[in-house]
Write a protein that binds this ligand. Structure first.
Ligand code: TMP
Length: 394
């Protein structure tokens, strides 16, 4: 049974940045549910993929050093540990991962044509199509089977998980490996990062719910790695149940145990989380309004989809946060979705005019703090809401 535990109000499409602010930008109700049988956490309202993932999609994986480094390390591991002949990436974005492989060894799938054109220009085979069974069939006709399929922060964005895994099953060789990575539900709940929920994040996986889901496709997790990316992610290594060549690592049991101990299989954990989220909203608004009463200026740092959830849930507009800044060309000079806060082009002096910076990209805190050491040295402070609202300078 699907039980609601959180209501994040009305939210615009998290990546719909408008050039001219419109107070009537379309918003959708964002409610979060827990399935008491499959233990899956998901959002209720499903927006058609074409509305979210199209030629205007602004998110680029290569934009941060942290992500480039993570993909580089993973590629080295894939080459050494699995020695695949051919690799397929579902959601290859701007090529942050595939660019680490030889052109004849890797295939990208990326439905956002603006991003697919980047890897096509780099001469990487890229299918600018949505991941589905038709595409899997088409790829199979050409390549027979694939021995390594990788997907980061993509499968959880697709509503029909049945079709997602049926298609993977169709292509994966018998001793093939599927690696997927996505934000960890345990980290999200522990860190109170309710901003992981937005229309694109249809599901937030836990090892518990993924194990349950994979069983239907005769697939199983054989290794798990914890990552610091996206505020705490899990990388799951998956194989066919019939493949006995790959031993199941203790990391799988360890993660499952941790999740059970924290209560991820019980509804009560989620209803407590929801109470903490309500308090987080109150406390963040209190901090921001106190700062504004003292006539100080606040800049939003990192115009992330996560920040969009926070602004729209907490009803924060330009009276509290004057501007945002971001390095992504597609976001600059647009407005934060749903709010009248403009995004300014990042430059190294931008923080000079501000007393506080709200960490929209809190998941890149270390990278940002290193970059902004001058601001901090001169007394500048950051505001974060993770794991609870507070002012920080280290
Ligand atoms: P993400 O949290 O969804 O990965 O998005 C990160 C956003 O933050 C992306 O739009 C780029 C932006 N960003 C900056 O503007 N400056 C930075 O130093 C970093 C690390 C990210």
């Amino acid at each position: 049974m699907n039980k609601k535990f959180l209501d994040l109000g009305f939210q615009p499409l998290a990546n719909e940045y408008l050039k001219v602010f419109r107070s009537n930008q379309i918003k959708y109700k964002l409610k979060i549910y827990f399935d008491t049988v499959s233990k899956m956490v998901s959002i209720s309202k499903r927006i058609p993929s074409k509305k979210m993932f199209n030629a205007k999609y602004p998110y680029r994986s290569s934009i941060s050093r942290t992500m480039r480094y993570s993909f580089k390390n993973l590629s080295a591991e894939i080459k050494k540990r699995f020695k695949p002949k051919i690799i397929l990436e579902i959601g290859s974005n701007d090529g942050a991962l595939i660019s680490n492989f030889d052109r004849n060894k890797v295939i990208g799938v990326e439905p956002c044509k603006n991003l697919a054109s980047i890897t096509k220009k780099m001469k990487y085979t890229t299918y600018d199509k949505y991941w589905n069974f038709d595409l899997a069939r088409k790829i199979k006709r050409k390549y027979k089977s694939i021995d390594l399929i990788y997907s980061a922060n993509t499968l959880t964005h697709i509503s029909n998980l049945n079709d997602v895994f049926k298609s993977i099953n169709h292509l994966l060789s018998n001793n093939g490996v599927l690696i997927i990575e996505d934000p960890s539900l345990l980290e999200c709940i522990k860190k109170n990062s309710y901003d992981q929920f937005y229309n694109e994040h249809i599901y937030i996986f836990s090892a518990i719910s993924l194990k349950f889901l994979l069983k239907r496709f005769n697939l199983e997790i054989f290794d798990i790695k914890s990552l610091s990316t996206h505020g705490g992610s899990l990388r799951y290594y998956i194989k066919r149940c019939i493949n006995r060549d790959l031993p199941i690592s203790f990391t799988v049991k360890k993660q499952l145990k941790k999740e059970i101990k924290y209560g991820l299989n019980n509804y009560s954990t989620y209803s407590l989380f929801s109470k903490r989220v309500i308090k987080s909203k109150k406390d963040l608004l209190f901090i921001l309004s106190k700062i504004k009463q003292r006539k100080k200026r606040i800049l939003g740092y990192g115009a992330t989809a996560k920040a969009v959830t926070v602004l729209n849930y907490c009803n924060i507009d330009k009276k509290l946060i004057s501007y945002f800044t971001d390095t992504t060309p597609e976001k600059i000079n647009n407005f934060m979705p749903g709010k009248n806060i403009k995004i300014l082009r990042y430059n190294k002096d931008i923080l000079k005019k501000y007393d506080y910076a709200f960490l929209g990209a809190w998941n890149f805190k270390d990278e940002i703090f290193k970059k902004e050491s001058e601001f901090i040295k001169k007394g500048g402070k950051f505001i974060t809401h993770v794991p609870f609202p507070r002012i920080i300078n280290k």
